[in-house]
Ligand binder design. Structure first.
Ligand SMILES: Cc1cc2nc3c(=O)[nH]c(=O)nc-3n(C[C@H](O)[C@H](O)[C@H](O)COP(=O)(O)OP(=O)(O)OC[C@H]3O[C@@H](n4cnc5c(N)ncnc54)[C@H](O)[C@@H]3O)c2cc1C
Length: 400
């Protein structure tokens, strides 16, 4: 039996798992369905612990050379403007990276993949889908369908299911994916309009009872900077209408009239879920990233959480392979699943509820609360420890 870890999915979580495992001297095979990293506009915000985890490989340096440092972020009101601004500099005693770093997720995947592919411990198979999983007491065996029609089987010591929200690996183990799907989809409009010219921080969340918005700056293909705006949609809105660039421009102009001076670059639509797998481990199969948990993107946490899963899992897998005993994987399940429920789900649901608060008095009370937290450095620091994903990691480490 080869002491090799198989990883289904070479997205952010799978590639991070491979990177962290080869750093620990463990051989890996990554199987990725697509040929190139998916370039659609999804994650772009990296929180301090993620930058710390990726630093030893040099990926954090690469992110700094291509990304945008966002030291502050804002809560705004669609009519009243700025409500509260949070300065991540308050975390400078807690992390060497007291800011958010913004860079598109396909660039991060490329940075990790370049390092993995250069390792003699790693094999990456592109253009193959994992569609069969069987395991016994000593190994796991997977079936792959290549895009050219070939069929192949591989065996390894463990299989990591990092194959996204619709994970075939999770389904193959009959693991429930408990939670719910929001009735509305989220519309992402990317524009060249510079929101900074109107006082927006590089990451801002705008409250509104009818149409909230999240706006953030990413480098874009040329590195000069473009802005992504996330809006809710009504459940019955027609998909073709939502994706129409002319209507997207009108929606942007209703949000910020000055945005007509910009150009719409892309329009994308996403279904949004809040779900956590019932277990992250079944025998020699473990789950990480969106295969294990999905959430709304407000707060920029999903991908970061997947990288944190990968970091934790790589340590426990290396320990299991070295010792021949794998109870550490049960600990991985307890730690990461518990914080997915208590922090990832709770925080992202709270973020959405805050932005869409319909009751005027409740909205004003929430805004007053945010202003008072931002004005008090001790409370602001506690709030930032949670929203910058440091508190959840500390909580995970305390679970036995
Ligand atoms: C609009 C939007 C904005 C977001 N913004 C943020 C943000 O700012 N910060 C943040 O942290 N998160 C954000 N997220 C969430 C983030 O995009 C996801 O959490 C992240 O992509 C999860 O990475 P993953 O590797 O677990 O899964 P995926 O990205 O889904 O990758 C899974 C990979 O597996 C491959 N695959 C699938 N099935 C198979 C199979 N059977 N065999 C082989 N390969 C397979 C796929 O091709 C894919 O490459 C956002 C999401 C959306 C929709």
């Amino acid at each position: 039996m080869s002491e090799r870890v198989l990883i289904a999915g070479g997205g952010p979580s799978g590639m991070a798992t491979a990177l962290f495992l080869i750093q620990r001297g463990v051989a890996v095979t990554v199987i990725e369905r697509s040929i190139e990293p998916h370039a659609d506009p999804r994650a772009a915000t990296y929180h301090p612990p993620t930058l710390e985890m990726l630093a030893p490989s040099g990926v954090t340096d690469d992110l700094h050379s291509q990304g945008i440092v966002a030291p502050r972020w804002q809560f705004r009101d669609r009519r009243e403007g700025l409500v509260a601004e949070f300065d991540l500099g308050l975390l400078s005693a807690d992390t060497p990276y007291p800011y958010r770093l913004q860079c598109e997720q396909h660039k991060l995947v490329g940075m990790m993949q370049r390092r993995v592919v250069n390792s003699p411990l790693a094999t990456i198979i592109h253009g193959a889908t994992v569609d069969e999983v069987t395991q016994n007491a000593s190994q796991v065996r997977i079936g792959l369908s290549h895009t050219d029609g070939r069929r192949e089987y591989l065996s390894g010591t463990y299989l990591v299911g990092a194959d996204g929200g619709r994970s075939i690996v999770r389904k193959s183990q009959n693991i429930e994916f408990n939670g719910f799907t929001w009735p509305e989809r989220f519309l992402v409009i990317t524009t060249t309009f510079d929101f900074e010219s109107l006082g927006y921080a590089y990451s801002s969340y705008t409250m509104d009872p009818v149409e909230w918005a999240a706006t953030f700056k990413v480098p874009g293909d040329h590195g000069r900077g473009i802005w992504r705006c996330v809006f809710p949609t009504k459940p019955d809105e027609n998909e073709a209408d939502l994706l129409d660039p002319v209507r997207a421009m009108t929606r942007l102009a209703q949000f910020v009239p000055e945005s007509v001076s910009g150009r719409v670059v892309h329009v994308n639509l996403y279904a949004v879920h809040q779900r956590v797998a019932a277990t992250y481990r079944k025998g020699r199969v473990v789950l990480a990233g969106d295969a294990a948990h999905v959430n709304n993107p407000l707060g920029g946490m999903g991908l970061n959480f997947g990288i944190h899963d990968a970091h934790s899992l790589a340590g426990y897998l290396a320990e299991a392979i070295e010792s021949g005993r794998d109870t550490s994987l049960d600990r991985y399940d307890r730690q990461r699943r518990t914080v997915a429920e208590r922090y990832l789900q709770a925080q992202t649901i709270a973020n959405k509820q805050m932005l869409e608060e319909a009751d005027r008095d409740s909205r004003l009370a929430r805004q007053a609360e945010m202003r008072s937290i931002a004005a008090d450095p001790d409370r602001a620091k506690q709030y930032l420890l949670r929203t910058a994903m440091i508190e959840g990691l500390r909580a995970a480490a305390s679970i036995d």
